[in-house]
Write a protein that binds this ligand. Structure first.
Ligand code: NDP
Length: 296
């Protein structure tokens, strides 16, 4: 079998909301896709669309040089890979694990796959299924550089931006978890802000439109704080920690008066107060990074 044909074969394990969408994107890109799912019923639709359904995980393992795993978490993926019949077929395979899990999970599974003669690349999908298959969508990867390079073109059918973070299989998962913590923290703050605005008859859609102002301000603010952190420049020339704290107490009172949840404001106030206790009340808000980094 020539190399081009071999490289078009990919097996997808786990056909939930995300895995089935990944498989569909690979099919659309013309790849020869084999699918396996714990509950066999989930394979039928993809088989109708052109995939080959594997009756067992070892059949899907044998079918392709590239194995894309997307089960509920890395522990579930590991259990599949550690099945004796699957384990003995990992020689020469590249396993790309896109299930959520810790960096320790990723490193442990990588060692196991390597022991079996395979290559391991860990990954984190930075998208909902609706954005899979688009050139602007990102999946983060780290692990076996050769395995990644060899299959990069196939992986780009799932998300055009395939960002590789080096040969530690744990890195992609740390960055993935950190980015989602940022996204969902911001989303929670948006919900709280929208609920407050709604009390003034500004509906969530209108609030979303006006919130673009803060997205622009945030992008600019992030550049300023990362520059300040890099340079150790915490001079309070724009607004001090004390000024931010006084302003946020007014925000808190508005939430309390309206009986709206304000957990993100509580967290923000708590970090500001920690900075004040450390004697940083007259410094720039970027000094708050020190309050966050020391979890005590
Ligand atoms: P779903 O709940 O839709 O699907 C879960 C899949 O995992 C199913 O195929 C299920 O099989 C399988 N599964 C569960 N337990 C096991 C097990 N013990 N052994 C084998 N297979 C198992 O989840 P998603 O598809 O949404 O998510 C899959 C992964 O992708 C998760 O790790 C998630 O965090 C990650 N992800 C998802 C995103 C999303 O937007 N949905 C975004 C970014 C990452 P069965 O059908 O038999 O139950």
């Amino acid at each position: 079998m020539n190399e081009t044909v071999r490289n078009r074969r990919v097996s997808v394990f786990g056909l939930g909301a995300m895995g089935s969408t990944l498989a569909r994107a690979l099919l659309r890109a013309g790849h020869d896709v084999t699918v396996w799912n714990r509950s066999a019923g989930r394979m039928a639709e993809l088989v109708n669309e052109g995939a080959t359904g594997a009756e067992a995980a070892e059949v899907a393992t044998a079918a392709s040089p590239l194995l894309v795993m997307c089960t509920i978490d890395k522990a579930a993926t590991e259990a599949v890979l550690r099945t004796e019949s699957v384990g003995q077929m990992l020689l020469g395979k590249t396993v790309v694990n896109l299930s959520t899990g810790s960096s320790d999970d990723a490193r442990r599974i990588s060692s196991y796959v390597q022991e079996k003669g395979g290559r391991y690349v860990d990954g984190g999908i930075m998208a909902y299924p609706r954005d899979i298959g688009k050139p602007e969508t990102t999946i983060l990867y780290s692990g076996d550089a050769q395995g990644f390079a060899e299959h990069k073109a196939v992986l780009q059918a799932m998300a055009g931006k395939a960002e590789f973070f080096g040969d530690d299989p744990g890195t992609a998962s740390v960055v993935y978890l950190a980015l989602y913590a940022y996204y969902f923290g911001a989303l929670t703050a948006f919900f709280e802000g929208a609920a407050l605005a709604e009390r003034a008859a500004v509906n969530p859609e209108s609030f979303r439109r006006i919130s673009g102002i803060m997205n622009t301000m945030l992008a600019d603010g992030l550049c300023d704080i990362t520059r300040r952190i890099a340079e150790g420049d915490y001079s309070g020339d724009q607004a001090t920690i004390d000024v931010h704290h006084a302003g946020q107490l007014v925000v808190r009172d508005a939430y309390v008066a309206e009986n709206i949840g304000y957990e993100t404001t509580k967290a923000y106030l708590s970090y500001l107060e920690k900075a004040q206790r450390a004697g940083n009340g007259q410094r720039d808000i970027s000094i708050m990074y020190a309050s966050v980094k020391d979890g005590s």
